[in-house]
Design a protein around this ligand. Structure first.
Ligand SMILES: Cc1ncc(COP(=O)(O)O)c(C=O)c1O
Length: 465
């Protein structure tokens, strides 16, 4: 166990200090997965604080998924904690060794778009046009909310495609949805000791980590095949509820209209916000896409979108549509973070949308993703007779349930050694143990051949493990 001390002169509460040290211990790998922690009584007496202080810190770490309690045994560092998630981060992946392995492995990571279909030629042509034809001022500093041209075309597109109701000046261009969510957390969490965020469980670890690295408390709310379960929303007011209503990640449910309305009523009653992440809603393969929640309620919904999936994550362009009363404060935060997102890329993107290339590109990509999904579904059902596909036909990932297989970290590592990487749903769950036989398989970034080969390798691995 790491040595925990507290500083009574610090402005941070004792609970916060204990919580932060243990969490850091886990993230720095000083506390390892499966390691047993001191009992609350032992730790309290070692560092000289009341037991309640330690109890509260442990409870928070349990609810965020860092620790787990085993009845009659004690409290342990949970499996699949951020420790292993961190090793998935790009800066870790830069390491040569990992890079080599990645090249050899067919990686079914959810949310990887088809970068082999980036419209290189058109983008290059428009970039050349913007650089040669534009007035000089575009190469200087620009507005922190983003360039007017992009916000204008985006407002029209969002209204038409997603039913979003907004004026261009409610849109702030961010460096991806990631930055949008980071700034929203900063904006809406005023008291880190008290405030908390209600988050779908399971949820993408990348988005959850944005909240926990901002030191925000997280309250998990379970998700079923129809999305977040409103009856399980916290009784006390959260600062906001984070949802992905158009295609939940990872379970793939589309939030039903009844639940959307329940959620909106909840936000109105609690006077809290809903943060709607609409990151891959353009790609729906059965039925019409369900319009955004922001289109129903504008005062309590912050709508987050991105161009990472439709075009490329390398652009780092996303956006947040804010209720008017939050625009000024959000804009200030954006300014202090990085002044503004690259405006030259924004000009190119504005032209790409305005000239109709964007709509054409979406239509083309929708077909490609639909085909890739079909190849994956067929390959899985052929290889695993008892497999069940979970989630709506949308986006660029699906969930597969293979009964009687427990996708532990050890099993998944062994599968990787066969040349294919899959992602257990448990990795994304805060409450552990409910999705042991389910895996996430992203197909967006893989060709049909890679998908077929990947499923064959998965079958081979499972036969031999
Ligand atoms: C749920 C979710 N929202 C949004 C994004 C997009 O993030 P960004 O726009 O920063 O690339 C991702 C990325 O994988 C995601 O998983």
């Amino acid at each position: 166990m790491i040595f925990t001390t507290v500083d009574r002169t610090s402005s941070k509460s004792l609970t916060q200090q204990v919580y932060e040290q243990i969490r850091k211990g886990i993230l720095d790998k000083k506390l390892l997965e499966g390691q047993k922690l001191f009992s609350t009584r032992e730790l309290a007496s070692t560092i000289g604080v009341s037991r309640n202080v330690v109890l509260e810190a442990y409870e928070r770490l349990i609810s965020e998924g860092y620790l787990e309690v085993k009845p009659k045994s004690g409290t342990f560092v949970a499996k699949g904690t951020s420790l292993s998630k961190i090793s998935d981060y790009p800066y870790e992946k830069d390491k040569k060794e990992t890079k080599k392995l990645e090249n050899a492995v067919i990686d079914f990571k959810g949310g990887n778009p088809a970068i082999d279909h980036f419209p290189r030629k058109k983008w290059g042509q428009l970039t050349k046009e913007v650089c040669s034809e534009s007035q000089q001022h575009i190469f200087g500093y620009s507005d922190s909310c983003g360039i007017e041209e992009l916000r204008n075309v985006l407002a029209v597109y969002l209204q038409r495609a997603r039913g979003v109701q907004c004026q261009p000046d409610q849109i702030i261009i961010t460096s991806g949805a990631t930055q949008g969510l980071r700034l929203i957390t900063e904006l809406l969490i005023s008291d880190r000791q008290q405030d908390y965020i209600a988050v779908e469980d399971p949820v993408t670890d990348e988005m959850r980590n944005i909240f926990s690295y901002a030191n925000a408390k997280i309250h998990p709310v379970s998700v079923d095949e129809n999305g977040i379960i409103p009856e399980l929303l916290p009784k006390e007011r959260p600062s906001f509820v984070f949802v992905i209503p158009s295609h939940q990640f990872p379970l793939g449910g589309i939030l039903s209209i009844q639940r959307r309305l329940q959620l909106i009523e909840y936000a109105r009653k609690m006077d809290c916000y809903i943060v709607e992440d609409d990151y891959d809603s353009e790609f729906t393969y059965e039925g019409a896409p369900v319009p955004s929640m922001q289109g129903i309620e504008q005062e309590h919904v912050l709508y987050v979108g991105t161009f990472s999936k439709i075009l490329s994550p390398a652009l780092r362009i996303g956006y947040v549509v804010l209720p008017p009363h939050l625009v000024e404060d959000f804009q200030q935060l954006k300014w202090f973070t990085d002044r503004h997102t690259s405006s030259i890329e924004q000009f190119v993107l504005a032209r790409f949308i305005e000239d109709g290339h964007f709509d054409r590109h979406i239509r083309k990509m929708k077909k490609i993703y639909q085909e890739r999904r079909e190849v994956l579904v067929n390959s899985i059902l052929l290889a695993f007779k008892k497999a069940k596909i979970i989630g709506k036909a949308a986006g660029m990932h699906l969930v597969v349930e293979i009964p009687n297989v427990d996708f532990t970290k050890e099993i998944c590592d062994k599968i990787t050694s066969f040349g294919v990487r899959i992602y257990p749903v448990e990795q994304y769950s805060m409450k552990k143990g409910e999705h042991k036989d389910k895996i996430v398989m992203g197909y967006g970034g893989l060709t049909a051949e890679q998908i077929k080969k990947g499923v064959k390798l998965l079958k081979k691995a499972l036969n031999q493990i």
